[in-house]
Design a protein around this ligand. Structure first.
Ligand code: ADP
Length: 305
């Protein structure tokens, strides 16, 4: 079982060991990457050819400016990326030692200032989209409101309960057309420790009982499990066998790809979609970084499209 961390603008420092309180040590490497689950998912979708728009809030600071520029560079619309002087851009500061252990400080900053008013301003884009994808890196009530707005307009809703909340508002289950989580999130949501396929199937059944229509649990190197009201027999869809270099952000690659297929190939059987998503996410784990590892359509086998 892996413990996943929320990352906004991940900026890992690489050191031989983690510093003690009050200590200053020398590190070997430092870099700043772009993140945020919503942004990662938009970038993956856009790289596959989807027209994407991110609704979020960043600070009026250099991180915020770079963030907007990065989305634009990736073809993601920033018309509803607000910049506020009232908070800093969300960040995750990470220190990684040579054994791969880390300490992380997350500052959500402007993420928590995204409001109902911001959603109202973006209502046109939410209600006319083919697919709306929501996560929990903003205030959960605002995420739920976006999900409901989309749902009410007949937009397909894909919810990714990340980072997971043990006391998730039950309306998230009933307003998600597709509920897609990883093993850690599944365990936090249901209290069922996920160690094997049987446990995952129990989780899937419980989430259906809570009101989900279609549940997909991603299982890292094992691929994913899907179960739905229409097909209540759980189905395991195995992953590609690859040599993983860095699995950070694989789940966002998967969710971004799923949003692409739901929007562009709505008639495709879900099993076929998730097989393709497994493939795309497996490409992402073979390179380091998060967005930097996400494949472009032109570099993928054309039978995926
Ligand atoms: P998260 O990044 O949210 O923890 P997972 O680790 O479950 O998500 O990975 C999401 C998807 O990425 C998996 O369903 C699978 O398709 C792909 N994936 C992840 N790790 C591997 C791996 N080691 N080999 C092949 N595919 C992988």
């Amino acid at each position: 079982m892996k413990q996943k961390q929320q990352k906004c603008n991940p900026s890992p420092n690489f050191t031989t060991r983690l510093p003690r309180a009050g200590e200053t040590i020398l590190g070997q490497k430092f870099f700043i990457g772009f993140g945020g689950k919503g942004a990662n998912q938009c970038v993956q979708s856009a790289r596959l050819g989807a027209k994407t728009s991110l609704i979020c809030k960043v600070g009026k600071d250099s991180f915020g400016n770079d963030y907007v520029a990065n989305l634009k560079k990736n073809g993601v619309s920033t018309a509803f990326v607000g910049q506020t002087a009232d908070a800093v851009t969300g960040t995750a500061s990470i220190i990684v030692n040579s054994e791969g252990q880390n300490v992380i400080v997350i500052v959500p900053g402007a993420n928590l200032l995204l409001s109902s008013e911001d959603l109202k301003r973006a209502s046109d884009i939410i209600c006319k989209a083919k697919v709306a994808v929501c996560q929990l890196e903003i205030t959960p009530a605002v995420s739920l409101e976006a999900l409901k707005m989309a749902r009410a307009s007949g937009v397909k809703t894909l919810f990714n309960p990340a980072p997971a909340l043990a006391d998730l508002d039950p309306e998230f289950y009933t307003h998600s057309d597709i509920f897609c989580c990883n093993e850690t999130e599944a365990e936090i949501l249901t209290g069922i420790p996920v160690g094997n396929l049987e446990d995952t199937e129990k989780v899937g059944r419980l989430l259906l009982e809570r009101g989900c229509k279609l549940v997909i649990v991603t299982l890292g190197a094992e691929g994913c499990m899907m179960i739905s009201v229409e097909e209540p027999i759980p189905k395991h869809v195995p992953a590609e066998k690859v040599r993983a270099v860095d699995t950070t952000g694989a789940g966002d690659s998967f969710v971004g790809a799923l949003a692409f297929y739901l929007a562009h190939y709505p008639e495709l059987p879900v099993e076929e979609m998730v097989r393709k998503c497994n493939y795309i996410a497996s490409v992402s784990v073979q390179a380091s970084g998060t967005q930097s590892s996400y494949p472009y359509r032109k570099d993928l086998p054309q039978d995926l499209f």
